[in-house]
Design a binder for this molecule. Structure first.
Ligand code: ATP
Length: 342
């Protein structure tokens, strides 16, 4: 295991930023630390990098506790959200900076600078000044600088959030390629669910300073363990259900749905994705309602349907959408439903 975080807590004065955060990152994995703004992601990165001492808990790198070690004693490379290149140093000097501080001989420094500038596809940029580079090129140099010391773990703290959408996608692909080529263990911090899902082997989802879920992107998307994860990872329909008598059967809008396990709550919530709903046809479970809006999304239509309970759900349809105010049936498969027994 490259990184192990156990029971991490942190307070800024009286404000609690993290509470009992535990997760680990395996050798060679790319894990995304995902959560909304202010949930504590940067605080976790700072505790791993050694820029803060957590109020409680431990950080271990390759089995060794480093919680109280200074940043330079840890094998951690970091790329921050804000640009951090030294403007008065050339690209090569920027990349070599940390290597020199580590006492690396000049010929090895030269070899690393050449290798890592080639890796980030800037083999000719040695003598350029940071101001002569584009925003995307500067990010690549920062990536080369973080990788050149060959750290145990690479921490990328929202490195793409200041870039426009096209450049962002291109650099996502680059990070993916570089991570695959070097095999460097990587923790990628983002608040962007699509970015996290497209890049990561696993997600650690953070909500209000605590871990809300850990798992593979697709399985968390398809079977979220709680309502927060369900709504944060993509568009989510939730409908109130009731349980009367038989605890293994719930009712949604008058329709009975069998559950594998008896439910403990009398008012569970049923969750499903819009793409799991077929509007205008029946399914294993069939609801019915009135079309309230139709939006053309290019590849499909989003149809908003109001049920007799007054609740609304969004489904999709590929062609010939129904009209607003039309009565429609809504088909669902049992396996696409997730029941939150909260
Ligand atoms: P963002 O995505 O916006 O960067 P984040 O998920 O990285 O947010 P953190 O920056 O770790 O979140 O902040 C977690 C909480 O701690 C927030 O409520 C924030 O206001 C608070 N916080 C962060 N740094 C400090 C600080 N230096 N002093 C006081 N409070 C802080």
């Amino acid at each position: 295991m490259t990184l192990d975080i156990e029971g991490l807590a942190h307070h800024y004065g009286r404000e609690r930023a993290l509470d009992d955060v535990s997760f680990s990152v395996d050798d060679g994995e790319l894990v995304a630390l995902l959560g909304p703004s202010g949930c504590g992601k940067t605080t976790i990165v700072q505790a791993i990098a050694g820029h803060i001492t957590p109020t409680a808990g431990t950080v271990s790198l390759r089995g060794e506790r480093v919680t109280d070690q200074p940043p330079e004693a840890r094998g951690v490379g970091v790329v921050f959200q804000e640009p951090t290149l030294y403007p008065h140093l050339t690209v090569a000097e920027n990349v070599a900076y940390g290597l020199k501080a580590r006492g690396m001989p000049a010929d090895e420094r030269q070899r690393r600078v050449d290798a890592y500038l080639s890796l980030v596809d800037l083999p000719e940029a040695h003598g350029s000044m940071p101001a002569q580079l584009s925003g995307g090129q500067r990010r690549r140099v920062e990536l080369a600088r973080a990788l050149a010391p060959e750290p145990d773990i690479l921490l990328l703290d929202e490195p793409l959030s200041a870039l426009d959408a096209t450049l962002r996608r291109r650099l996502q692909d680059e990070i993916s390629r570089i991570q695959a080529e070097t095999g460097v263990t990587t923790l990628f911090v983002t608040h962007d669910q699509q970015e996290a899902m497209s890049l990561a082997d696993r997600l650690v989802v953070i909500h209000e300073g605590a871990v809300a879920a850990v798992g593979e992107p697709r399985s968390l998307y398809q079977s979220p363990p709680n309502r927060f994860v369900g709504s944060f990872l993509g568009r989510s329909n939730t409908l109130a259900a009731s349980v009367d008598g038989d605890a293994s059967v719930l009712t949604v809008d008058g329709t009975r749905i069998e559950c594998a396990e008896p439910l403990t709550s009398t008012e569970p919530v049923v969750h499903f994705r819009p793409e799991a709903v077929t509007v205008g046809s029946t399914g294993e479970i069939t609801l019915s309602g009135t079309v309230r809006s139709v939006s053309d999304r290019g590849s499909h239509y989003d149809i908003e349907v109001e049920l007799s309970t007054g609740e609304r759900l969004v489904g999709t349809c590929q062609r010939a959408p129904p009209a607003v105010d039309e009565q429609v049936s809504v088909g669902l498969r049992r396996r696409d439903l997730v029941v939150f027994d909260e």
